[in-house]
Design a protein around this ligand. Structure first.
Ligand SMILES: [Zn+2]
Length: 88
């Protein structure tokens, strides 16, 4: 099964819809996590670079990446493929 990620912050979404944010009508978003997306809007209006900086300490703390530099480099590769940051 293909792993699903939040299309804003890249967080793995797991098997359930528990982590998904909500649309304006209260239904679940199929793209974004509850930390990024609530009631049909993003919880914070940030640029991709800002989002990366928010996520760097989290990835280091969760031991996904060993260093901040590694986390930053990984996200710079990964984030442009996410729906929120894809250039139209
Ligand atoms: Zn997210």
């Amino acid at each position: 099964m293909e792993e699903k990620y939040c299309q804003s912050c890249g967080m793995p979404m797991g098997e359930t819809d528990e982590l998904y944010g909500t649309q304006q009508d209260g239904s679940k978003s199929t793209d974004y996590c509850k930390y990024c997306y609530e009631k049909g809007t993003f919880t914070s209006e940030v640029t991709m670079e800002e989002e990366i900086e928010i996520c760097v300490p989290i990835l280091v703390e969760e031991k996904v990446c060993a260093t901040a530099e590694e986390a930053r480099a990984m996200m710079k590769e990964f984030f442009p493929s996410l729906k929120r940051w894809k250039q139209a």
